[in-house]
Design a protein around this ligand. Structure first.
Ligand SMILES: CC(C)(COP(=O)(O)OP(=O)(O)OC[C@H]1O[C@@H](n2cnc3c(N)ncnc32)[C@H](O)[C@@H]1OP(=O)(O)O)[C@@H](O)C(=O)NCCC(=O)NCCS
Length: 149
């Protein structure tokens, strides 16, 4: 397994990016200023994008594993890679997500804890209702975990 930074043409992984964030216009808000990584094992199986949010906070804006490869540890491997890579550079890894049983348990398994929420984020910013695991996403839930130095 190898994880490498993507320097150019990040949109070549749009199919993966859209798995985590289904409106391309929302992805465009962070993709260029973000740092993207892909996880390869006989081809690209997962990706993530992180941004500098200031104040020692690194934000995980997008993380997705190919549908046939989910539940095999690739998502956690990317989070562990970020914690290792950014140790000493940032104090906190933050993620914003819908209040969905598909994603919150994954972040909790990776050591994140609920921190705050932004009311009506999904209903205010997306042009159509977003459903995940049969639940309509309304508020953005932010979770955080320390990045050990
Ligand atoms: C969410 C996602 C990135 C998780 O990656 P993954 O490779 O499937 O997850 P992993 O196999 O690394 O799981 C790591 C841990 O989380 C747990 N976990 C993952 N998804 C879970 C779920 N839906 N419910 C409960 N636990 C879950 C695993 O059991 C594992 O726990 P363990 O370390 O105690 O064994 C992946 O499923 C995905 O791409 N989903 C679609 C896109 C998406 O929703 N992205 C997030 C947008 S905010």
């Amino acid at each position: 397994m190898k994880i490498r930074k993507v320097e150019t043409d990040k949109k070549q992984y749009l199919d993966l990016l859209l798995l985590a964030d289904e409106q391309e216009e929302m992805i465009d808000r962070y993709l260029e200023r973000g740092t993207m990584y892909v996880l390869e094992e006989d081809g690209v199986r997962a990706e993530c994008v992180v941004t500098d949010e200031g104040g020692g906070i690194l934000e995980l804006k997008n993380i997705a594993v190919r549908p046939g490869d989910q539940g095999k540890g690739y998502g956690k491997a990317l989070v562990d890679f970020l914690l290792h890579t950014y140790a000493g550079q940032y104090a906190v890894l933050q993620v914003g997500t819908g209040d969905s049983p598909c994603t919150i348990p994954f972040y909790e398994a990776c050591g994140f804890r609920r921190h705050h929420r932004v009311k009506n984020f999904f209903t205010d910013h997306y042009d159509h209702p977003i459903y995940e695991c049969g639940v309509q996403l309304v508020d953005m839930v932010y979770l955080q975990r320390d990045i050990e130095p």
